[in-house]
Design a protein around this ligand. Sequence first.
Ligand SMILES: Nc1ncnc2c1ncn2[C@@H]1O[C@H](COP(=O)(O)OP(=O)(O)O)[C@@H](O)[C@H]1O
Ligand SMILES: [Mg+2]
Length: 255
Amino acid sequence: MTLLSIRDLDVRFGSRRVVAGLSLDVAAGETLALMGASGSGKTTAVLGVLGLLPAQATVSAKTATFLDAPLLESGARRFLGRGIGCIFQDPRASLAPHLRIGAQLEESLEIAGVPESSRRATATKLLEDLGVTDPARRLAAWPHELSGGLCQRVAIAMALAGNPKLLVADEPTTALDVTVAAQFLRLLSNLAKERGLSVLLISHDLGVVCAVADRVAVLHEGAVVESGPTERIVGAPSHPETRRLFAALKTESAP
Ligand SMILES: Nc1ncnc2c1ncn2[C@@H]1O[C@H](COP(=O)(O)OP(=O)(O)O)[C@@H](O)[C@H]1O
Ligand SMILES: [Mg+2]
């Protein structure tokens, strides 16, 4: 079953075409990695399809559907916090600095339709499930009191509050140190397995992609130039842009 299906997505800022005919599918239970050089349009494509770009962006597609419901015409935002959960690069940026963690998690649960009487217990359970120790103390904390890894867990908890079928994660490990990033990836794999969660993962980390992705789609200048099973794309890339990208990434990560 296809969860997310995009055909010929275009995003323009004025006369500048940043996403140019992008097509991709995410199947139920699958993790798809969207890779591409910086500036290739990964974030813009995802924000565009989710209806999160500023008004000056023009977004169009032949089709863009989530569970067969059109995304662009009727607004993808209605799925946010329900069918689709999002986590972004900087976990701290997705937390409001002036609200305690508990209040923010409960707000996500409210959007997801969880009754007020059970929100605190659900928030506690979510944090416990994500391996957070002493959840009561964390819920009473302010964002600046938490480490980056804990902030990322809270951001994941908020994204999972609505029991989504699809998790969109835009470079979720970039702001984390190596150990916390590895923990986060284990967590993500477990969630994908346990909940049958589909993940659209934007990443330019080959190690991360190999560890968690079932398939890879490579973006170049706003369009997918190559896609397929992770082993094949990483082991034997056929498109010149894919080879160029991987060579650049390997040089970057070399000590
Ligand atoms: N709000 C905006 N207005 C104009 N150009 C933008 C805007 N947002 C992104 N862009 C441009 O779109 C291109 C793709 O950016 P982005 O989607 O962030 O790339 P990636 O996530 O692949 O690094 C970049 O050249 C960027 O400058
Ligand atoms: Mg980006």
